[in-house]
Design a binder for this molecule. Structure first.
Ligand SMILES: [Zn+2]
Length: 597
């Protein structure tokens, strides 16, 4: 049943998910007081995911009316329209949005679940972005049993959450996605603040109570990290989790987050504690929860000066994603450790993985993390066969920059990165910031200038001084034998055969003439020929040979490539971490957040 339009809302969207079998949302937008030439547009991107996605490609059947009469509507470009209105009369726009992207970034609708971001469904009314916006979602009879969850403030909703919500402005509307369906729901309190978890798609074995207990510990750890005994900058928080067969991802928002996980990574009823703690998938899920929650402070509030006000019409460039994504990535796992959800060994395992990922990326010597941040729109979000050779991840290397900074600050003994994060929050009032603010708080807290380190670690391409800094905290970084693919300089996919995805710069495979797209079929070694289905079979068939021939298929031609096999010794691009001084390691890894309230 539709609810009456709240009288105060100048901009009102009515969303009808009735055509769920066709994956279509029907949208009616009412503008109470349109301009004579009323411009409207749909965003081309969604904040937090730095790629122009052209959401208007899914919008169809747009019409405009005033008092029941058709209003002339002209399309200006790929995402903008202008309506020729009679002033003083409400303008009604109707359109349909196809929703068939089961990700956290756009919109999805079928007979089992609905999800949308306003950036996909809600045309922006130019000139009235700062007016209150109303969002009404109706529930047709066929969606009985569905409930609805969103971070928006409810104005008039029924027990299942369908009805009318309000946003202070378009930015808030765009930052509050909506999840609906037959949802598993639970509420919990973290440091006295109400939190909610809704889960779509979980199997009957799902142990929701267990997940809630662990999430509560993460949230409390994060709130205490930023505010000690104080309150977080939101009145409530909503986790929307979509469990699918195979998936992973999340998008941060001011008082909510949309997450995707693999069903098998969820805790199961009856699963032992030991079993669950040993599950890499579950640790990954908790890391995702921790990551997106930390973003409620670091990128949604503390944010690049360039994001003070998002421009929905084009790329919004910033060279600071190494800080907002990288430092968030450093703290996501560290807070799991501090909350007691992983032990020291578990934490060091995750850290080893991150270090190896960066060391095994030749692009780290080509691109700095500041450049990687700026180029996110055309590089990180558009990966191809050349990506590992030309770029570095601002997530992974950014996290290692945070690690180096934290270890270096702790070694000097005056302050920690925790203190610096909190000082940044104080300095900016939890608002927009620049790299100069990072340098200023570091100087203030440590008593010395850090611009040389930032220049080298953030704006340079030399390797980070990880070995030296970890050693100062009782952990040694040792070279280890590389996996076969890494030793050969290859990234491959193995699905009943070996497909070459990337040939790494300067490696043995490059010297042999391998190319991305090749299928590695067989191996000739010591006078014999063997069909090869997995790279790890190489040692089995090559034996002690150091010169072999690889048979590859390329564009249906069969090629024989002479390949010199590198030795299996320890390699500089593969490391392991050993705890040498447990007490020193404990001082860093066991350190609890202890802000001065
Ligand atoms: Zn992130």
């Amino acid at each position: 049943m539709p609810f009456p339009q709240p009288a105060t809302t100048a901009i009102h969207y009515r969303i009808d998910p009735g055509e769920c079998r066709a994956h279509l949302y029907r949208v009616t937008l009412t503008v109470a007081a349109p301009a004579a030439q009323q411009e409207l547009s749909l965003p081309v991107w969604i904040p937090g995911s730095y790629l122009v996605r052209e959401f208007s490609k899914n919008l169809q059947s747009l019409r405009a009316r005033q008092g029941g009469a058709e209003v002339p509507l002209a399309q200006l470009d790929k995402h903008r329209w202008v309506a020729q209105c009679r002033p003083g009369e409400p303008l009604e726009l109707s359109y349909v949005v196809a929703a068939y992207d089961n990700s956290v970034r756009t919109a999805w609708l079928d007979a089992t679940r609905g999800f949308f971001n306003a950036t996909s469904l809600c045309l922006r009314v130019h000139g009235q972005e700062d007016a209150p916006h109303g969002l009404e979602v109706v529930r047709p009879p066929e969606l009985a049993g569905w409930s609805l969850a969103t971070g928006l403030a409810p104005l008039q909703v029924d027990a299942s959450g369908f009805g009318s919500y309000g946003a202070r402005d378009y930015d808030e509307l765009a930052d509050c996605p909506v999840e609906m369906g037959p949802l598993w729901t639970a509420s919990f309190s973290a440091c006295g603040v109400p939190h909610r978890l809704v889960v779509a798609g979980a199997a009957p074995s799902f142990d929701g109570e267990r997940l809630v207990r662990d999430m509560q510990r993460i949230c409390e750890e994060a709130i205490r990290f930023w505010h000690g005994a104080g309150q977080p900058p939101f009145d409530g928080y909503l986790f929307m989790l979509n469990a699918v067969n195979d998936g992973y991802g999340g998008l941060e928002h001011r008082n909510s987050t949309a997450l995707i996980c693999s069903r098998r990574d969820l805790p199961r009823l009856g699963q032992s504690d030991k079993d669950l703690r040993a599950s890499e998938g579950y640790t990954t899920l908790l890391g995702l929860v921790s990551h997106e929650y930390f973003h409620a402070w670091n990128v949604k509030r503390l944010r690049p000066a360039e994001f003070a006000r998002y421009d929905y019409a084009r790329e919004n460039y910033t060279a600071l994603l190494w800080f907002f994504e990288g430092f968030t990535s450093y703290y996501d796992d560290l807070l799991l450790r501090r909350a007691g959800l992983i032990d020291h060994a578990g934490y060091l395992k995750l850290l080893t993985k991150a270090i190896n990922q960066v060391l095994q990326t030749p692009g780290r010597l080509v691109q700095s993390v500041a450049q990687a941040s700026f180029d996110a729109w055309i590089k990180y979000y558009r990966q191809d066969e050349n990506t590992p050779n030309a770029t570095v991840s601002y997530y992974t290397k950014g996290a290692l920059v945070a690690l180096c900074l934290d270890l270096a600050l702790r070694r000097e003994g005056r302050t920690t990165l925790d203190d610096a994060m909190r000082a940044l929050w104080q300095r900016t009032g939890g608002g927009p910031m620049a790299e100069a603010d990072v340098l200023a708080v570091l100087q203030e807290l440590s008593g010395r200038d850090w611009s040389a380190e930032i220049a080298q670690w953030v704006h340079g391409t030399a390797d980070l001084p990880l070995a030296e800094l970890l050693a100062a905290h009782g952990i040694t970084l040792q070279a280890d034998p590389a996996q076969t693919a890494q030793r050969l300089g290859l990234r491959v996919a193995e699905n009943g055969g070996i497909q070459v995805k990337t040939v790494l710069r300067g490696g043995a495979a490059e010297a042999a003439g391998f190319m991305a797209g090749d299928e590695w079929l067989a191996l000739e070694a010591q006078g014999q020929a063997w069909r090869l289905l997995k790279l790890d079979e190489l040692a089995l068939y090559a034996g002690s040979a150091t010169e072999v021939t690889a048979l590859v298929a390329r564009d249906r031609r069969l090629l024989r490539l002479p390949l010199a096999l590198p030795a299996t010794d320890a390699a500089a691009d593969t490391v392991r971490l050993d705890v040498q001084d447990a007490a020193a390691a404990q001082r860093w890894l066991g350190a609890a957040a202890s802000p001065a309230a």
